[in-house]
Design a binder for this molecule. Structure first.
Ligand SMILES: [Zn+2]
Ligand SMILES: [Zn+2]
Length: 70
């Protein structure tokens, strides 16, 4: 029982799930509303989410989030 693979499910609080590609990654850009996006999706979509590469706008709630301080 201790070695059940299902135990891995409960480690998900360490990983983020990208809302765009559904990848489980150790790091996501996140918004306070729960939106999270992985690094590669951010790079693909940064043109639509950021106009200055310093902050990005959450497409869900419109909040402004910084690139620097996570
Ligand atoms: Zn992604
Ligand atoms: Zn948001």
């Amino acid at each position: 029982m201790e070695t059940s693979p299902y135990r891995k499910k409960y480690r998900r609080n360490r990983d983020y799930e990208c809302v765009l590609c559904r990848a489980k990654v150790p790091f996501c850009w996140t918004c306070r509303c729960g939106f999270s996006i992985c690094q590669s999706c951010m790079l693909e979509n940064v043109w639509g989410m950021s106009c200055n590469n310093i902050t990005w706008d959450c497409p869900d709630c419109g909040a402004q989030n910084g690139f620097g301080n996570q």
